[in-house]
Design a binder for this molecule. Sequence first.
Ligand code: KG4
Ligand code: ZN
Length: 336
Amino acid sequence: MILAIETSCDDTCAAVTDGAAIRSNVISSQAAEHARFGGVVPEVASRHHLELVNAVVDAALADADAELGDVDALAVTRGPGLIGALLVGVSTAKALAAAGRRPLVGVNHLHGHVAANFLEPEPLEPPFLCLIASGGHTLLAGVREHGSYEILGQTLDDAAGEALDKGARLLGLGYPGGPEIERAAEGGDPQAFEFPRAMKDDPRLDFSFSGLKTALLYMVRDLGDEETQRRLADLAASYQAAVVDQLVAKLRRAALGGSRRRRDPEDAWRAIALGGGVAANSLLRDRVGELCESEGLKLKLVAPELCTDNAAMIASAARFLEPTPYPGYLEWDAAA
Ligand code: KG4
Ligand code: ZN
C-alpha cells in the first residue's frame, strides 16, 4: 500500500492505493478561500495546507481502513508547484515516512496527471498519447512506459486552464474559471462570437492561449458591461469552444503522426488519454471522443475527480518509480 500526499497548489490531498486500486482519495479544496481574490494566493494556500494536512492524511487512512503501519511506502509531489505549498506536503511526508522507517517516493506533479490513467477501473497500458491541460500547464506527452513520458509539445504562453480562469474573470464569473465557464456556456451558441484559433495551422505541436484572452478583453470592452452580461452564455460558449478547438486540433495532429499530414506508423498513436483539471470539461471530453471514433483510436477518460489535483494520481505514479530508502530523503529540498 502507498500513502501519497499532494499539496502543490490549492487542494490539500491524501490518498491510499493498493496496486492500481484506490483505497481512499481525500481532497480538501481551498477554492472558496481563494475565490474572493480571483486566483490562488500562494501564502494563503501554504497556511491552509498546514492547517489541513494532518486531518486529510488521517481521513485518507481511515477511509482506507488502514493505519500508518500498514503502509509500505509514502509518496509526495515534489514539484512543479507553489514552493510554500509543496514544502508542507514534503515535510509531512518526510516526517511520516521517517517515523516508520519507510521509503519515500518523490513525484513530478505532471507525471501524476499522466499516471491517473494507470488507476482502476480499466488501467491504461502504454504506449499512449496524453494531453495534460491544467491551470499551470498544457502539454502533449508521449507515454511509452509507466515511469516516464516525453514532451511532444507545450504551451508557449498561458496554460489552457489559465486561459479559462482569466476569461472567467473578464466575464465576471468566479474562480476556478473552467467549471464556471462550462456552466455559463450551457445553452449558449459557440459560434456567436469569433475568437482566434492560434497555432491551428502551425505544424508544431505547441499551444498558445494568450491571444485568446486578449481578444476577449477587447470584446468585453466593446460590448460594455450590460451587453456582456446579456450575451454571457454565447460569450462563454464561444470562448470555451476556442480553447477546446485548439486542444483537439493539436491532439489530432499528434495522434496522426506528429507534424506530418500523413499518418506515419512510426509516430502515430493508437490510444489517447487526458489529464489535468481541464480534462474534466464535458465539451473537451466529447470532442476527443469524436476524434477517437473517427480515427479508430482507443480513448481513456478518467473520472473528473481524478483529472483535477488529487493524491491518488501521485500514488499511482510512485508505483513505477524508484523509492528512496530511509533516511536518504531527509535531505530533500521542498522542490525537486
Ligand atoms: O489540474 P488542476 O486541478 O490543477 C493544476 O495542476 O493546475 O487544474 C486546475 C485547472 C483550473 O484552471 C480550472 O479552471 C480547470 O483546471 N478546470 C476546468 C474544469 N474543471 C477544472 N476547466 C474546464 N472545465 C472544467 N470542468
Ligand atoms: Zn494539476
